[in-house]
Design a protein around this ligand. Structure first.
Ligand SMILES: Cc1cc2nc3c(=O)[nH]c(=O)nc-3n(C[C@H](O)[C@H](O)[C@H](O)COP(=O)(O)OP(=O)(O)OC[C@H]3O[C@@H](n4cnc5c(N)ncnc54)[C@H](O)[C@@H]3O)c2cc1C
Length: 394
């Protein structure tokens, strides 16, 4: 077990930190600290392209596809320095962390050549078409249908997805569809890559609790995609979809502590400024948050010290549960520190300052990428080897 980074890794850290500091104090200073994903979307796209031009976008990918062949340690270091620099939330993250790795793992050489360069250069943005009104945690219940048009060989898709983050600014969507009539559960599903800008796709934004509209309802009405945009084989979509979720829930989140550190520091500063730091209950909760953050960082380093990163141990499976619960509690602490002042907006509509925004957005942490309840099932079954939960559709 090795809890720390090598000298070479620290040199890499310095290089990344210098570049990010230059950008955030120079050309891109107007989007420093912008987190809400639809805010200044056009500038955020330019930022994605700037990262791509300097090969800082998908550093873990093979250099052949625009990456740097970075080790997992370097990827975590970059994520830490990214958060420390105040660089904005990544509007390209679903291509970089989900679509790209999935195409790398399951796609053909033609698909890699067709799609990976656009993701790495930041020019093509992706979104995720998994959830449906009756298929969220139970993804195997999807009903959006796909069939092959015998005349053209194209796939034709009808149905509805929901909670599609950033669909309104993306170019492509990956969708889980049911392609075998009468099939149930994980059987008969097909994983398709689809261009969004076409007459068969309608996107309707959903207004959120924080006033933003990152989510959308996405309707497919005879939407089409070429035969070669099928990933894996027809009916094998479940394996692809689960492979992708492993990327979403997995080690890609290990580097986020720096962002959490920034948020906890803001709460501590607010508590000192308004006197609530003298309240013994608040002091205890701040101390608990500090301990939780340090435990997460050591937990992350421990996962990194696992020599077989392709097969992380059970501790890695608990990580989503750990950080999501910690950050949801942090949001509640922020509001209790602020008191009534936290409920007053700084401007029109829902223009909340950082800490109330943290509270509102953190409510989603225990839901997306696998709810806490589902995550506990995964830990129970995959890490502890407990009997499988009875499935309604088994
Ligand atoms: C910020 C955010 C962004 C998102 N972005 C996207 C996106 O881009 N694309 C996309 O496709 N989806 C997206 N989602 C949707 C997300 O994947 C779903 O919300 C999630 O899978 C939960 O599904 P659901 O909302 O249908 O809840 P349900 O599945 O209906 O669950 C409701 C409750 O029941 C519990 N539950 C359900 N089944 C079990 C079980 N077997 N055992 C124990 N408890 C259970 C759940 O844990 C939960 O508490 C996003 C969600 C959020 C919050």
């Amino acid at each position: 077990m090795r809890l720390g980074f090598s000298a070479g890794d620290e040199a890499f850290r310095a290089e990344a930190a210098d570049w990010l500091a230059d950008q955030m104090s120079g050309e891109f200073r107007d989007i420093k600290d912008v987190l809400g994903l639809t805010v200044m979307a056009e500038r955020r796209k330019e930022w994605e392209q700037q990262l791509g031009r300097h090969r800082w976008s998908c550093i873990g990918w093979p250099s052949k596809w625009g990456g740097r062949d970075a080790t997992l340690e370097q990827q975590v270091i970059f994520a830490e320095e990214y958060a420390r620099s105040g660089a904005p939330g990544r509007v390209g993250h679903m291509g970089i962390e989900l679509a790209g790795p999935t195409i790398l793992a399951f796609g053909t050489e033609e698909q890699k050549a067709r799609f990976l360069p656009g993701i790495a250069s930041g020019e093509v943005l992706w979104c995720q078409g998994y959830s449906e009104p009756n298929a969220g945690s139970d993804l195997a219940s999807v009903r959006t249908r796909a069939r092959v048009d015998e005349a053209t060989g194209e796939w034709v898709v009808d149905g509805q997805k929901i909670w599609t983050s950033l669909a309104q600014i993306c170019d492509w969507i990956f969708v889980v569809t049911r392609s075998e009539e009468g099939s149930k559960g994980p059987k008969g599903l097909t994983f398709l890559l689809m261009p969004i800008d076409q007459p068969g796709i309608t996107i309707r934004p959903i207004r959120q609790i924080n006033g933003d509209a990152e989510f959308n309802e996405t309707f497919f009405d005879g939407a089409r995609t070429a035969a070669e945009n099928l990933v894996s084989t027809p009916g094998n979509g479940w394996q692809v979809a689960m492979g992708l979720l492993a990327f979403e829930r997995g080690v890609s989140t290990l580097g986020q502590q720096m962002g959490f550190r920034h948020e906890l520091d803001a709460i501590i500063a607010a508590a000192k400024a308004n006197g609530s730091a003298s309240n013994p209950l608040i002091r205890q909760r701040i101390a608990k948050a500090e301990i939780g953050l340090r435990l997460m960082r050591y937990g992350a380093l421990r996962v990194l010290s696992n020599t077989d990163h392709a097969r992380p141990d059970g501790a890695a499976l608990t990580y989503k549960l750990q950080w999501a619960t910690w950050r949801r509690n942090l949001g509640e602490l922020a509001m209790d520190v602020l008191g009534q002042a936290g409920e007053v907006t700084a401007g029109p509509d829902y223009d909340f300052p950082m800490l109330p925004s943290l509270f509102l957005s953190s409510r989603a942490d225990t839901i997306y990428g696998g709810t806490n309840q589902i995550q506990r099932n995964i830990v129970a079954e995959r890490a502890l080897g407990l009997p499988r939960e009875p499935r309604g559709n088994a």
